[in-house]
Design a protein around this ligand. Structure first.
Ligand code: FAD
Length: 391
């Protein structure tokens, strides 16, 4: 009997790959191995509806409990892979056991960036990446009166919206001069800054953090300028870091993430990678990119499965992403990097508009605010541009 396909990481990319293998008729053994105690689940609600208590935990799971047995997919939760040996075609578990594979998929995702701040290990300081994190911080939110959030990215701003909706005093501290700076134009940042300020969030922009204050537990955040922001809980939302140790230990090429080609192959034969942990070549953007999105994890997981089965695969997606803050949905298609002008369609004052990003005459990305139609049209438009590029 041939060795199984082993998938390390039972997240969005891992489950999509396992599912695709079965849908495509692969009838060999599949082992989906994850170190969390949960079966594969979706993360977006962790900073939105689930955090708010509006979505029950069972709705987070990507598959029904009986799916795995029915599809013949071996699911090992609470199991961490410690090392990969490419020459022996084997992985080692943290308990010392070894498992052989015919092909290996690394779908290890990202982890929350740890900021080495004094006080970061105090009680009342949280990060937000998994179900357990949301459980802990949601419980603390019940009794907290004030919240300080370090980082004005999507998770930080979604958390701010939920905390305000619960009536907490919220301060967001962002070292850059505007929120969401990494991914959107100043116009979009301004819209969301006004939105949050209108809901009573205090935004501290362009200011660093000196330490998290408190003796036994967090009492607030001391800014670099000496001001103390009083808070019962502190959320550190300073971005995510690809989980690449296994790949590095196995001698795979790693830049910011695990380097894969358009067929999700790593630099070592029979080892593939997909999702947040990768960087891949984008013909569309003319360079290697890494994405942290459900779209990428799911589509690349599928592409990796096809590639493992020997199908011709050229993964070069139109990236898309969304964020919900209060009653506003931001939907992003494409990447707003390297643009030289923007065009506004609609009226930000009415809360519904789209911002189109161009390099010369070429459309690069569209941010749609409460405008799903513009978002869907943008995805089609960007896909057509990609097809023309490929031709
Ligand atoms: P993950 O889902 O992170 O899965 C990787 C799994 O591998 C993890 O369970 C990890 O513990 C496990 N693992 C790592 N190393 C090992 C090991 N050695 N052994 C065993 N298991 C291991 N995206 C959007 O598009 N829209 C959103 O609105 C949005 N909101 C988000 C909100 C939050 C709070 C978070 C955290 C993310 C959000 N995202 C959103 C991003 C999206 O959830 C991720 O891009 C997606 O989950 C990535 O999937 P993945 O399979 O690559 O990684």
């Amino acid at each position: 009997m041939s060795e199984p396909i082993i998938i390390v990481g039972a997240g969005q990319a891992g489950i999509k790959a396992a599912e695709t293998l079965r849908l495509k008729g692969f009838d060999g053994e599949i082992q989906l191995i994850g170190d969390e105690s949960w079966p594969p689940y979706q993360r977006p609600p962790l900073s939105k509806a689930y955090l708010k208590g509006e979505l029950s935990e069972d709705r987070l799971f990507l598959k029904a409990a009986d799916y795995f047995a029915g599809a013949g997919i071996g699911l090992m939760t609470g199991t961490r892979i410690a090392a990969v040996d490419p020459a022996a075609h084997a992985v080692t578990l943290t308990d010392g056991r070894s498992m052989s594979w015919s092909k290996l998929l690394l779908a290890t995702g990202t982890r929350a960036r740890i900021v080495p701040l004094p006080g970061a290990d105090l009680e009342g300081v949280f990060t937000l990446r998994g179900i357990d994190d949301t459980r802990h911080v949601a419980a603390a939110l019940q009794t907290a009166e004030s919240v300080a959030i370090i980082g004005g990215g999507y998770i930080g701003m979604e958390f701010a919206a939920v905390a305000r909706a619960m009536g907490k005093a919220v301060t967001v501290i962002e070292a850059q001069d505007r929120i969401l700076k990494r991914s959107v134009a100043p116009e979009i940042s301004q819209f969301f800054q006004d939105l949050h300020a209108g809901h009573g969030v205090r935004l501290v922009l362009g200011e660093g953090v000196a330490r998290i204050a408190g003796a036994d537990r967090a009492e607030g955040v001391e800014l670099a300028n000496g001001e103390k922001v009083v808070a019962d809980i502190v959320l550190v939302a300073a971005g995510a870091v690809p989980v690449t140790e296994l790949a590095e230990g196995a001698g795979l090429a790693v830049e910011r993430g695990i380097v894969v080609d358009e067929a999700c192959r790593t630099s070592v034969p029979d080892i593939f990678a997909a999702g947040d942990c990768t960087v891949f070549p984008s013909r569309r953007y003319g360079r290697r990119i890494g994405l942290e999105s459900v779209q990428n994890a799911s589509d690349q997981g599928k592409a990796a499965a096809l590639s493992m089965l020997g199908e011709e695969t050229a993964y070069d997606p139109v990236p898309w992403f969304w964020s919900d803050q209060y009653d506003v949905k931001l939907q992003i298609a494409g990447l707003a990097q390297g643009y030289d002008r923007t065009e506004l369609a609609g009226d930000p004052g009415e809360g519904r508009f789209a911002l189109r990003y161009f390099s010369g005459d070429t459309l690069l990305a569209v941010d749609a605010v409460n405008d799903p139609r513009s978002h869907m049209m943008a995805r089609k438009e960007l896909a057509a541009i990609g097809q023309a590029l490929a031709a």
